[in-house]
Design a protein around this ligand. Sequence first.
Ligand code: DHK
Length: 156
Amino acid sequence: MSTITILNGPNLDRLGRREPGIYGTVTLALIEAACAERARRHGFAIRFRQSPHEGDLVAWIHEAADAACVGLVLNAGAYTHTSVAIHDALRQFGAPIMEVHLSNTLAREAFRHHSYISAVASGVILGCGADGYLYAIDRIAALAHHAAETAKQAAQ
Ligand code: DHK
């Protein structure tokens, strides 16, 4: 079964207790379960990971690229705003990348307005809470479907 990789950066393991007025009350475990169910409905499996370490995220992006994942959903947390290393790793990823943030980062502090990920993402979802992860999976499924249709038509 084709896999969608879903990666989460620092502090996202604290969801549920972390600033609920900004990030909501849903835990990362519940987000993982909802993502697995949403992906399954589209015929995909997920690989879901979280780490506070930038290098883990870089290594997992490489792994996902080498495993030819159908897509990547990434909430890099604060590394979104700082990490050239994650940006460079994403440039080597051949499938759709969806950047997700639970909060609307553009409505927050100025230091959250710049993202090193957006320029290499297929799409960006901000401020939709935990549902943003599900919308990102829907988008990757749609893009995978379009790509398969295009390949089929080209082969005819
Ligand atoms: C999560 C974080 O941890 C912050 O550092 C980002 C993002 C926003 C979110 O909204 O999911 O600035």
